[in-house]
Design a protein around this ligand. Structure first.
Ligand code: S3P
Length: 167
């Protein structure tokens, strides 16, 4: 089995919580790319967006994401837009097993309504905005090796489902 597991999907799909649980079950390290960006930039993601704009964030996001592309025994959780970049997709698919944590806009809305700090959502937070972003990204998310429907599932159940796929 390849030992780099990459989780992709929209904000609120559970990449971070399910990913951390999965890494414990596998005995792997866990990296959340957003956290790594915040540490190395010494700024929150909303502040990076506000100060330098989305294009700058995407540049940093790509560099940070690909810095883990040769890792072993790692569960890597990407930011929601991290799988939009073609080169990133190609490299991660070649080096790892990419899993798309899928969820409906309604389900994502319910999960993230208490955490609307996300810069892409804070101005216009609604099921419709989430649906709009998801529609633009679906085709790329679907390029993952595996897709798991996470609606109505706990992070524990999602992690268990991923484990079953990996075995
Ligand atoms: C983004 C998702 C966020 C973060 C940034 C942009 C996106 O990550 O990278 O706010 O474009 O969907 P999460 O998916 O971890 O919330």
């Amino acid at each position: 089995m390849k030992s780099l597991i990459v989780l992709v999907g929209m904000m609120g799909c559970g990449k971070t919580t399910a990913g951390a649980l999965l890494s414990e079950k596998l005995g792997f390290d866990f990296i959340d790319v957003d956290n790594e960006i915040e540490k190395s930039e010494n700024m929150t993601i909303p502040n990076i967006f506000n100060e330098y704009g989305e294009q700058y964030f995407r540049k940093i996001e790509k560099i940070k994401t690909l810095s883990f592309a040769d890792s072993r025994n790692l569960v890597l959780s990407l930011g929601g837009g991290g799988f939009e970049d073609e080169e990133t997709r190609k490299i991660l698919k070649k080096n790892g097993i990419v899993i798309y944590l899928k969820a409906t806009p309604q389900c994502l809305f319910e999960r993230i309504k208490s955490a609307i700090h996300r810069p892409l959502l804070h101005k216009n937070f609604s099921v419709e905005t989430i649906a709009f972003i998801l529609k633009k990204r679906s085709a790329n998310y679907e390029k993952a090796h595996h897709t798991i429907d996470t609606c109505g599932k706990t992070p524990e159940e999602v992690a268990e489902k991923i484990l079953r796929i990996l075995k």
